[in-house]
Design a protein around this ligand. Structure first.
Ligand SMILES: [Zn+2]
Length: 326
């Protein structure tokens, strides 16, 4: 059953965003969708480095969203091959490592299917794997990994994250938003484009940079992505200029797109914002309510061996004989 009653908090958030922001048409990506942003006309211009053909080439198809998120259908005409490689080998890897546990739990199929997460190192150990039949969870008796709570009907565990630099992962997220911007807006983000291209991740950029991450529990589609760009309404000077929301699987990320010129009016003021309202769980009574976490991806040093708490709900436990596999 779908719960259509909106609580007061959601209504207040919807009103806040309606008053302060105007949204562009959301982009919905499903299997089979193929969308191109920009124009293929020559000479092509790269909005990231500012260079024009033939100084830079545009041979590769530039994904607006890393393929790890399951999208293979949104491209842009305004990302040159050099920038494409720079991002692919840098910030998109950090974003990939940071988001991997969430993509596994959301069953997001990248180029090689849903990522498997296993105990780090060479020793045998736990494994969380998804195949078409569902999740396969493996642990060894002498090395327990899953905590079964029969009363709450929950299986709890902690996935580990591959090493990543938080601010580089943040740049990877911001890059998605900077790709979505209409041409007329790019002038306000010149420094932001330079910042995401800068491989020196120690450079200071903006003081406050929260990412609102909402996890919606329960079965959600793993092959639908929604992207939406929001810009501050004219005459408003109390909120950040722009942000975008990125929904995939069970996750909704709200990421600000800092503009040094347009955000001058909020400089030094504390950011007090509620997250953008999300569609909520299909059945809140059964799966629970969405959970918000404010992520501060501002660290400049590599983060190693980070743990990501996770839980699966279940209906019943079936005990099976251990298999012979080592
Ligand atoms: Zn470029």
């Amino acid at each position: 059953m779908t719960d259509l009653t909106l609580d007061a908090q959601t209504v207040a958030a919807a009103n806040f965003y309606d008053t302060h922001y105007a949204g562009a048409e959301p982009v919905f990506l499903e299997p089979g969708t193929k969308l191109f942003l920009g124009s293929p006309e020559s000479p092509r211009h790269c909005r990231f480095c500012g260079k024009i053909e033939p100084e830079v080439t545009f041979k590769d198809e530039a994904h607006a969203l890393p393929a790890a998120f399951g999208n293979t259908g949104l491209f842009s005409y305004y990302e040159c091959d050099a920038c494409n490689h720079l991002f692919g080998e840098g910030i998109e890897n950090h974003l990939g490592n940071w988001s991997k546990p969430m993509r596994t739990l959301s069953r997001i199929k990248g180029r090689n299917g849903v990522p498997t997460i296993k105990k780090p190192g060479r020793d045998k150990g736990w494994r969380v794997e998804y195949a078409d039949a569902g999740f396969q969870l493996k642990e060894y008796e002498d090395d327990p990994f899953f905590e079964v709570d029969e009363q709450a009907k929950q299986l709890r565990f902690e996935l580990h994250r591959d090493t990543y630099i938080p601010v580089a992962a943040l740049k990877g997220l911001v890059k998605i938003g900077l790709t979505l911007l209409p041409d007329a807006e790019t002038q306000h983000f010149r420094e932001t484009y330079d910042w995401i291209r800068d491989t020196d991740h120690s450079r200071n950029f903006v003081a406050e940079f929260p990412v609102f991450r909402t996890t919606i529990p329960g079965p959600m589609r793993n092959d639908l992505i929604m992207l939406m760009l929001m810009r501050r309404r004219a005459g408003i000077d109390t909120v950040p200029y722009a942000f975008f929301t990125f929904a995939y699987g069970n996750e909704v990320l709200q990421v600000f797109l800092p503009s040094l010129s347009q955000d001058q009016c909020i400089n030094g003021k504390p950011l007090t914002m509620v997250p953008f309202p999300n569609p909520g769980s299909l059945d809140a009574a059964r799966y629970g309510r969405p959970r918000l976490k404010v992520e501060h991806l501002t660290g400049r040093e590599p983060v190693k061996g980070e743990k990501v708490p996770a839980a699966f709900g279940f209906d019943s436990v079936l005990h099976t004989a251990p298999d012979a596999e080592a």
